[in-house]
Design a protein around this ligand. Structure first.
Ligand SMILES: [Fe+2]
Ligand SMILES: [Fe+2]
Length: 137
């Protein structure tokens, strides 16, 4: 699926998790929208702030999702949890090594990578738990 908004609108059968997925894509758009022709220091600060908000909300979402999957007795929760963990580790590595002051390209590429990861994750991994969540509802 090429359009992340489509992925964000794919339901996983839980209103709260669907809303969180949509908000994650909105936060990536906010990060991408950080003005890149302004003062580099200001750009760096704004990008850091937007990224921090995105990472914090990612943790909120993963926590909520994992708790619901645990309650639903989802049999592949361990693997799913590990996938979340690997993503957070990768994002924090990129966050540490990234210099947003280098300009629009790196921030845009980073946002595209994030959108791609979320699109794949929701469509391939999250969707696998849909029948289990429905069963436990
Ligand atoms: Fe997930
Ligand atoms: Fe999710």
């Amino acid at each position: 699926m090429s359009n992340p908004d489509q992925a964000a609108s794919v339901s996983v059968g839980c209103e709260i998790l669907d809303a969180q997925h949509a908000k994650l894509f909105a936060l990536i758009r906010e990060l991408r929208a950080v003005p890149q022709d302004a003062d580099p220091l200001l750009e760096y600060r704004l990008a850091c702030k937007a990224l921090r908000e995105l990472v914090d909300y990612t943790r909120v979402h993963f926590g909520e999702e994992e708790q619901r999957l645990e309650e639903a007795g989802y049999p592949h929760l361990d693997e799913h949890r590990k996938e979340h963990g690997r993503f957070l580790k990768r994002v924090s590595e990129i966050e540490e090594s990234m210099h947003f002051g280098e300009g629009a390209t790196s921030l845009n590429i980073f946002c595209s990578l994030l959108e791609e990861w979320w699109t794949n994750h929701i469509l391939k991994s999250d969707r696998q738990y849909v029948p289990y969540l429905k069963r436990s509802a």
